[in-house]
Design a protein around this ligand. Structure first.
Ligand code: UD1
Length: 418
């Protein structure tokens, strides 16, 4: 795989871009599909590296998973028992591998999960996941980097989450979907990807109510039947192209989106002076005459998403004034600051806050993607910067953005993979 992106900056982007299926919905729904009694066909799954790794894990467990000619993805669990251990060499590549905890417990009452890897954006513990599955009857041992979970006798229960963790909510939902009795998750995450998971499980005959609110009720069923389901569009990919319009001084029609999922991003982008208009086929984003400063606090949905924080930081580096960004979800999300500074940005970090003093121009430089979203932010900075930007470790960007080079090129960017 190519690992470097080279961008020639100062070219306003114009045109239409079609947003792919949501990475974070696809990954969890793939994990959930192993609970079905037969083949699941998923539409709108993005062809990105994280999906490839999830496919390999699913195949390694003994479940056939393959792409079909029409671009859909099939997951075909067999009639017999499957393996229950996620291999370390794959799990370390993608954090979402921890989502097999809930689905394997739901399917077979046993899961051996390699403590997951993924983006280096914070310590990312699993205490809330474990608390949840334990409340439903799982016994947990942690040895040699693996979580051993066994559930002989399970029943629904009430689980209160100290923090509305996306992954913990998903793992508990999946196990509870096949656990007898009623499970109530309080202070659950409300992200659109949680709603998509609930809709998917319900489409298989599951009984989940309240997804999208902070109380989710799940009545366990004994069987989940096979079916076909389309993944929602990726709100973070959409948000990234919206910022691309604003930062490059262009105009982009962002298609195949669900506007309500984008409200927190749209509102902030408008504060920075960009124009966002809802049209029949998506959102039309037009850059303002100048970029205005804006303060941002990341929060669980419907607050401003931590996965869009770095991209907004790139934009605010070019604002007429000073902005303050407070990161409340992941502690390591400011690693991008040193890379942006190499491009001339003026940013000071103190604890969870970054003070971004806007300036007229950024300059192209050799930088490296420190995580997926930081990588996307460097692409955005590169689009606006004077001269050439070379982004190393760009493989991290391909983990989450389908076909990014071609999409940007079709909008008029000069981008090359090497
Ligand atoms: C998911 C998304 C990720 C996004 C994040 C927050 C996927 C595959 N990834 O990650 O892109 O940035 O939601 O929207 O869907 N925490 C605990 N204990 C736990 C679990 C989490 O303390 O048991 C803390 C984490 O350290 C972090 C916060 O909760 O500070 C949020 O994490 P969480 O919502 O669980 O994020 P992920 O599911 O890992």
């Amino acid at each position: 795989m190519k690992e470097t992106l080279i961008i020639e900056g100062e070219r306003p982007l114009h045109g239409n871009v079609r947003v792919s299926g949501a990475k974070n919905a696809a990954l969890v729904i793939m994990a959930a599909a192993i609970m079905a009694d037969g083949e699941t066909i998923l539409d709108n799954v993005p062809q990105i590296c994280d999906v490839d790794v999830m496919m390999q894990i699913i195949n390694d467990l003994g479940v056939d998973c393959h792409w079909n000619d029409d671009g859909s993805l099939s997951i075909c669990p067999p009639d017999k028992e499957i393996l229950t251990k996620t291999p370390y060499h794959l799990a370390k590549k993608v954090r979402a591998s921890n989502l097999f905890l809930g689905s394997l417990l739901g399917r077979q009452g046993e899961a051996v999960i390699s403590m997951p890897g993924g983006c280096d954006i914070g310590s990312r513990p699993m205490d809330l996941h474990l608390k949840g599955v334990q409340a439903l009857g799982a016994e947990i041992d942690i040895e040699h980097g693996f979580i051993y979970a066994r559930a002989k006798k399970t029943s629904g229960n009430r689980v209160y989450l100290d923090f509305p963790s996306v992954g913990a909510t998903e793992n508990i939902m999946m196990m509870a979907a096949k656990t007898p009795g009623l499970t109530v998750i309080e202070n659950s995450a409300k992200e659109p990807e949680i709603v998509d998971l609930a809709n998917f499980i319900n489409s298989m005959g599951g009984k989940i109510r309240g997804a999208g609110t902070d109380i989710i009720k799940i009545e366990g069923v004994s069987q989940l039947k096979p079916g076909r389901y389309a993944i929602i569009p990726d709100r973070i990919e959409a948000g990234t192209y919206m910022v691309a319009a604003a930062i490059s001084g262009g105009e982009i029609m962002v298609e195949n989106i669900i506007p309500t999922h984008l409200h927190p991003i749209t509102a902030k982008l408008q504060e920075t002076g960009a124009m966002v208009q809802e049209k029949d086929n998506g959102l039309l984003v037009t850059a303002g005459d100048r970029i205005l400063p804006a303060d941002i606090k990341t929060l669980p949905y419907p607050g401003f998403p931590t996965d869009m924080q770095s991209q907004m930081m790139a934009l605010l580096c070019l604002a007429d004034g000073t902005s303050v960004i407070v990161e409340n979800v992941f502690e390591n999300r400011f690693q991008i600051v040193d890379e942006l500074k190499r491009m001339g940005a003026r940013i000071k970090v103190e604890g969870h806050s970054a003070v971004v003093e806007g300036r007229d121009h950024l300059y192209g430089a050799r930088v490296k993607a420190t995580d997926l979203r930081a990588g996307a932010a460097l692409v955005l900075a590169g689009l606006a910067a004077r001269g050439q930007t070379i982004i190393d470790d760009a493989g991290l960007i391909f983990r989450g953005y389908e076909d990014i080079t071609n999409k940007l090129t079709s909008l008029g960017a000069k981008v090359e993979e090497r």
